[in-house]
Structure formats: structure tokens, C-alpha cells
Design a protein around this ligand. Structure first.
Ligand SMILES: NC(=O)c1ccc[n+]([C@@H]2O[C@H](COP(=O)([O-])OP(=O)(O)OC[C@H]3O[C@@H](n4cnc5c(N)ncnc54)[C@H](OP(=O)(O)O)[C@@H]3O)[C@@H](O)[C@H]2O)c1
Length: 299
């Protein structure tokens, strides 16, 4: 065991009062290296976790913050240099192609980013003793796409080789971020509201949405309670379509969206959102999710 590991601060302890298991948490400040801090999810993680931890972010093409470090995760030497120089307690890996569409005619680069980079980061964790947090996806349950296979293979490699890891599996993510990049469903809703643009939204595919703030909440709890080696499925318990979420948000701004049947069908995995209850997360219902999303857009 390395010296760093030996002196890692204890984050908390459990004690019993009657039948209750109670966690006492200390204020823990970790040095966290967030890879992909300019991403939609990464931007929100950086903002939320900065309130408690010493955050360091990396970017590839979009330096959203002057302090972010440049890093190409296909460059093993560059990753190693950052790890050696920065000596993080924890690495959060949020720099993947975030859609199955990105693998089309792009298989080699897709595999380098969504699979080989994870392997490099996991292998280095053995030598440099950082905890590893991977932002995976519900897609890891489905091996019919390259996106799903890379997430699945990354998860398996992490579970086999990391001594302390956390895997978070969001579904489609909704919520405010400093980085509103690309054509993600929540970002389209924000554009509809801010630019008052009419929009058609798919009503055919049903899924259980993820609140972006839950990702930070689970990471914070994991660090505070010092409970690792979990795979956390993060989504609320109501299957909805992208259309119904958009409709239920934009109506608070006096707007409407039109339903469009794109004929998307995929297997719905309903697991009663047990991890939401396990981590006692809020919001935990569809109505509360809509309320918080509306509030975040209004700020
Ligand atoms: N958004 C969702 O609904 C959703 C759902 C489930 C899971 N996830 C997962 O959450 C994570 C973040 O997703 P997101 O939607 O926030 O992603 P995103 O906004 O599309 O951003 C992807 C990030 O990857 C970085 N990147 C790309 N190539 C890179 C390279 N060669 N080296 C270093 N960084 C590179 C980009 O950095 P630059 O911007 O600096 O170029 C970008 O910030 C991904 O792992 C995704 O699979 C997202």
C-alpha cells in the first residue's frame, strides 16, 4: 500500500442507534481531476463539486474555463503526465462520445475515446492509487450498439481492475449546465424557451429521465460516506417521452411544442429507480423533476 493510500482521510463512520444505521460524515476535501469538464454533464459536475472539493478540469477542444488543462485522452503519455503532475485523489471520467450516432463511419476513433482511454485511466489507477469514477450510461445494458458495447466493456474492466470505483449509469440527462453544447434534449428545450423557436419533439420512445444534479449528489455521498465499488442506475421512476418532458417544461413559459412520431422503439428497463431511494435523492418524482428543471431554466 502506498503512503498516499495509507493517509487518505477517512470520510466517515457508521454507528447504530436502535435499529437505525447512521452515517457521521466529516467535511472531506478531495483533489478531483475531472476529465471532460467542458462537456454538458462535466460542466455541471465541476460547478457542483467545486463547492466541497479542489477541482481540476481538462478539456479537449473547448477551454470553457481558463484554468482547465488541455488533454487528448487518446494520448497515453499526456494522460500519464497529468496524473503524475497533479496527483489526484479521485479521477472522474466524463469525456466520451455521448451518442451512438458518433460511431457511424468513426469506429476507430470512437473505440479509442470510449474504450481505450478508460483502460489507460484504469491501469494508471493501480500505480497512482486514485479512486476512479466513470460516467457510464444505461446503454451499457444493450450490446447492439458500439456506444453500448464500449460502456459495457469499460464497466467490466473497471470492476475487475480498480480497487475503488464508482460507476454511474444515467439515462437521458436533463438539467442546467454551464456547458449547453450540441443538440441534447434539454439543450433543445432551453433554446426553444430562450429563442421562442417552435419545435417538434419525438413522442415514440419511452425512457426514464435522469436529473443532472443527481450525478453530483451520488458522487458527493460516495466520497463523504467513503463507500465505493458500486454501479448506480440513475433515473426517476416514470417512463416518459422527450415530447412529454419538453411539453411539461415549456408550458411554464407560455409555449408549446409539437409531437413527432419518429418510430423509435427500444426496450424499456424499469427497475423502480431503486438507487434513487437508496441514495435518498431529490427530486424523486416526475412532477418534482419538472418543477426543478423549470426553476433551473428561470434562474
Ligand atoms: N448527455 C446525456 O444525456 C448522457 C446520458 C448518459 C450518459 N452520458 C455520459 O456522460 C458523459 C458526458 O456526456 P455529455 O453529454 O456531457 O458529453 P458532451 O457534452 O457531448 O461532451 C463530450 C466531451 O468529450 C470530450 N472529448 C471528446 N474527445 C476527446 C478527446 N480526444 N480527449 C479529451 N476529451 C475529449 C469533449 O471535450 P471538449 O468539449 O473540450 O472538446 C467534450 O467535452 C459521457 O460519458 C456520456 O456517455 C451522457
Amino acid at each position: 500500500m502506498g503512503l498516499k493510500k495509507l493517509f487518505m482521510p477517512m470520510a466517515g463512520f457508521r454507528y447504530r442507534v436502535g435499529a437505525l444505521n447512521i452515517w457521521r460524515c466529516y467535511n472531506v476535501n478531495m483533489k478531483i481531476l475531472l476529465i471532460g469538464a467542458s462537456s454538458y454533464v462535466g460542466g455541471r459536475l465541476f460547478a457542483d463539486l467545486s463547492k466541497q472539493h479542489s477541482m481540476l478540469g481538462t478539456y479537449f477542444q473547448h477551454p470553457k474555463n481558463a484554468d482547465f488543462l488541455s488533454l487528448d485522452i487518446t494520448d497515453q503519455k499526456a494522460i500519464t503526465e497529468i496524473v503524475v503532475q497533479q496527483k489526484p485523489d479521485i479521477i472522474i471520467h466524463a469525456a466520451n462520445y455521448a451518442s451512438r450516432k458518433d460511431s457511424v463511419n468513426n469506429e476507430t476513433r470512437f473505440a479509442k475515446i470510449n474504450w481505450e482511454a478508460t483502460k489507460i485511466l484504469v491501469d494508471l489507477s493501480k500505480q497512482y492509487h486514485y479512486k476512479f469514477i466513470f460516467i457510464s450510461s444505461q446503454a451499457a445494458k444493450f450490446l447492439d450498439t458500439m456506444y453500448g458495447r464500449c460502456k459495457h466493456d469499460s464497466e467490466e474492466y473497471i470492476k475487475k481492475n480498480c480497487s475503488e470505483y464508482l460507476i454511474i449509469r444515467p439515462s437521458v440527462v436533463y438539467g442546467m449546465s454551464p456547458n449547453l453544447n450540441g443538440d441534447k434534449p434539454f439543450i433543445k428545450i432551453v433554446s426553444t424557451i430562450r429563442e421562442k423557436l417552435p419545435q417538434k419533439v419525438d413522442s415514440s420512445w419511452l425512457f426514464q429521465p435522469t436529473y443532472i444534479g443527481h450525478i453530483s449528489q451520488v458522487i458527493s455521498q460516495t466520497i463523504e460516506k467513503n463507500i465505493w465499488n458500486k454501479t448506480v442506475n440513475l433515473f426517476i421512476n416514470t417512463p416518459v417521452s422527450q415530447f412529454s418532458i419538453a411539453r411539461d417544461i415549456v408550458r411554464h413559459f407560455g409555449l408549446e411544442v409539437a409531437a413527432e412520431d419518429l418510430g423509435k422503439s427500444s426496450t424499456l428497463v424499469v427497475d423502480n429507480a431503486v438507487d434513487l431511494a437508496n441514495y435518498d435523492l431529490s427530486p424523486n418524482s416526475y412532477a418534482d423533476l419538472i418543477e426543478i428543471l423549470v426553476a433551473e431554466i428561470k434562474v
